[in-house]
Design a protein around this ligand. Structure first.
Ligand code: ADP
Ligand code: MG
Length: 305
């Protein structure tokens, strides 16, 4: 029987709601499946036919170590998604590459470690006079960690936040705060093998005057959602543009496209998750079984039809 590893982190195993439904579905699909932590040095990865990234959520402050681990696993098993995809997608500079391919992304200014935080922030605010609030977050980030929402009169605090990220050799990002999220939330669309599976609504995560979460990820309010036609169309464009950037020959095993509507009501790309997205199986009956069937096909070396 084929053997599959579901990869979490020692610190995240108990927090990942997808693991148990996926483990059960894989058992129903005839796959021997084990949950393993990427940061457990005792695991022999070559014992698995495929190694599926699920919740290695603590890599953001040690990305180099994580990518070295991914490279190591890739020489011993089949890593999903593959190493070049993970390399590209774990740094949100990919948003700039997608914007160059005409994908409407949330307006983003990247602040690099050699830049001066305050003048950069002031230039960003001058470019976005209509933004009454804005967001500072790291370019390598997950789970809303180190992300904070500011109003225009909090320039000094925000510049300090940027400086803290840059001092740690991390690139920062500035974005206008899209206020529609407070009412409508964001939409996350899940794709398995390039096909739309299901979507959820995620409530707003950044509260006014609240410091970034101290936890591995901020508590999320999730409900099932039927995406709009415009959201489905945009998600398709996002995946096509990513496939171009990555020179992909076949669809990605899994992808999640996170969208927020801008002030005009048009959806914009907040994040494309190709490394370790929650897939919210419990909110979509049948979705874990669909994913497990895809895994079974993949492990048999047969492309899903
Ligand atoms: N520009 C923005 N406008 C409104 N909300 C935002 C914006 N950027 C981030 N957020 C909020 O912060 C959360 C985390 O940001 P996100 O870009 O998804 O990073 P990550 O999930 O990788 O930490 C989002 O789910 C959203 O609630
Ligand atoms: Mg997110």
């Amino acid at each position: 029987m084929p053997r599959l590893a579901l990869v979490t982190a020692i610190a995240a195993a108990a927090l990942d709601d997808d693991l148990v439904p996926l483990l059960d579905a894989c058992a129903r699909a005839g796959i021997v499946t084990q949950i393993r932590a990427w940061d457990d040095p005792t695991v022999t990865w070559s014992r698995f036919d495929a190694v599926l990234l699920r919740s290695p959520w603590d890599y953001t402050e040690r990305l180099g170590e994580f990518l070295d681990w991914c490279a190591h696993v890739s020489t011993r098993s089949r890593l999903l998604n593959p190493l070049p995809v993970v390399r590209w997608n774990t740094d949100k500079h990919y948003l700039a590459a997608l914007a160059e391919r005409s994908v409407p992304v949330v307006a983003t200014c990247f602040v690099e470690p050699d830049m001066d935080p305050l003048p950069t922030l002031q230039a960003f605010l001058a470019e976005h006079p209509q933004a009454s609030e804005f967001v500072v977050k790291p370019a390598v980030g997950a789970g809303s960690r180190d992300a904070q929402r500011y109003s225009r009169d909090q320039e000094f605090a925000a510049a300090n936040h940027i400086a803290r990220l840059l001092d740690a050799e991390r690139s920062a990002m500035l974005q206008p705060y899209l206020a529609s999220v407070d009412r409508d939330g964001e939409t996350a669309l899940m794709f398995f093998d390039g096909r739309f599976s299901h979507a959820i609504r995620k409530g707003p995560l950044l509260q006014r005057d609240e410091r970034p979460t101290e936890h591995l990820f901020a508590a999320e309010e999730i409900t099932a959602r039927i995406p709009g036609q415009d959201e489905l169309a945009l998600a398709g464009r996002v995946l096509a543009a990513a496939a171009e950037c990555l020179h992909l020959q076949s669809p990605l095993t899994y992808a999640r496209v996170d969208l927020i509507r801008d002030d005009d009501g048009s959806p914009r790309l907040l994040e494309l998750e190709l490394c370790e997205p929650s897939l919210f199986f419990v909110h979509a009956p049948g979705s874990a079984d669909r994913f497990a069937a895809l895994m079974a096909d993949t492990l048999r070396g047969v492309s899903a039809t």
